[in-house]
Write a protein that binds this ligand. Structure first.
Ligand code: BGC
Length: 348
């Protein structure tokens, strides 16, 4: 079968190649991949900046955002042939640590977790894959190919869950939300904010293309100026990982405000900043700044609920480019108006 593979740490090594059919040892459920989404992490892996192959292998099958159809599942299991499903990205570490032991692998404490298509586990960018049922999530069949947005939505479902849990530390009535970055994570974070009834503001650099309209269609406000222009916010979701923006949003949180950082920065750039003034501001305002990554099963289920509530036409517009698997390399080169690019393996 065909798969998109890469030699981690070797820029430009990605290729579409024939690999063996998945082995039964990989899980009892056999699925056919319909599509995989491409995100910044995939581009970093292809650029040789991130990613680890499975033990004893040189190449890693790419892809962690999936939508697939069950071909074969155990008869007494939770899935039947034809179900639309999404694979969960992360696996608990082998120890397991106290978080992985209770299914919260997204909070793994020893770093020995593995991730499909990213860290030591082959990904979903293959015509077929096998997986254990406990790491599969069913999506409603009416969602169809839009289920490929489940994984990025699970990441923001976790972010929002964590914000709300932190918010219970005291009486708090947040109203205004600022999201920085109108990429897929920022837009989905804004969607969840709107569904919660907040006044949502989204800040991005671009003035044209689909992003302003996608934000307006949610009933949120689009800004292109500075963080200061966008105004003070009770909740900030920083979805770019750009150093200056991260710094600016931390100063823009309202008293008792919560700043959630979701962007994985590349590092290597330094900013001249006044950490003493930052500390004073955070302390005197009871602010919280925290980071979040990945998602566990609870978040995938929350995300499936969100996608079922969302306007399918809006979700459709978040997917700005579809590329056939034969043209896979085009998906990994960003075009000016890309939001989410999807590589299609098989028709629905
Ligand atoms: C994925 C997460 C993963 C993270 C770090 C992101 O792109 O969506 O599931 O945990 O990268 O590897």
């Amino acid at each position: 079968m065909q798969a998109i593979t890469v030699l981690p740490a070797q820029p430009g090594s990605a290729r579409l190649e024939a690999i063996p059919e998945p082995s039964i040892a990989e899980g009892s459920v056999l699925v056919e991949t319909l599509a995989v989404g491409v995100c910044g992490t995939d581009v970093e892996i292809v650029d040789g900046l991130y990613g680890t192959p499975p033990p004893g292998r040189e190449r890693l099958v790419l892809g962690h955002e999936s939508i697939a159809r069950v071909l074969h599942a155990a008869e007494d299991g939770a899935f039947t042939a034809g179900d639309l499903v999404v694979g969960i990205v992360r696996r608990p570490d082998p120890v397991p640590c106290s978080s992985c032991a209770v299914g919260e692998w997204d909070m793994c404490r020893n770093g020995r977790y593995t991730e499909h298509g990213i860290k030591e586990l082959n990904g979903f960018a293959a015509e077929r894959f096998r997986i254990s049922p406990e790491f599969l999530v069913r999506v409603e069949s009416r969602l169809g190919h839009l289920g490929v947005l489940l994984e990025p939505t699970s990441v923001v479902a976790k972010a929002w869950e964590q914000i709300e849990r932190i918010g219970t530390r005291a009486h708090w009535q947040p109203k205004r939300v600022l999201v920085t970055g109108a990429g897929p994570i920022g837009l989905l974070a804004a969607l969840l904010g709107v569904l919660r009834g907040f006044e949502v503001h989204v800040l991005d650099r671009v003035v044209d293309g689909p992003k302003p309209d996608l934000v307006k269609a949610l009933g949120a406000t689009y800004h292109t100026g500075t963080v200061q222009d966008a105004g003070e916010a009770d909740i900030v979701l920083e979805c770019t990982g750009a150093g200056q923006l991260v710094w600016d949003v931390m100063a823009q949180a309202a008293p008792s405000g919560i700043v959630c950082l979701t962007g994985v920065s590349t590092g290597g750039r330094t900013l001249g900043v006044d950490l003493g003034a930052f500390n004073r501001e955070v302390v005197l305002q009871n602010n919280v700044v925290f980071g979040t990554v990945n998602a566990n099963r609870r978040h995938y289920q929350a995300a499936a609920h969100v996608l079922a509530q969302a306007d399918p036409a809006w979700l459709e517009h978040v997917i700005t480019r579809r590329v056939s698997v034969q043209q896979w390399s085009k998906a990994l080169v960003r075009q000016p108006h890309d939001v989410k690019t999807v590589i299609e393996f098989a028709p629905l």
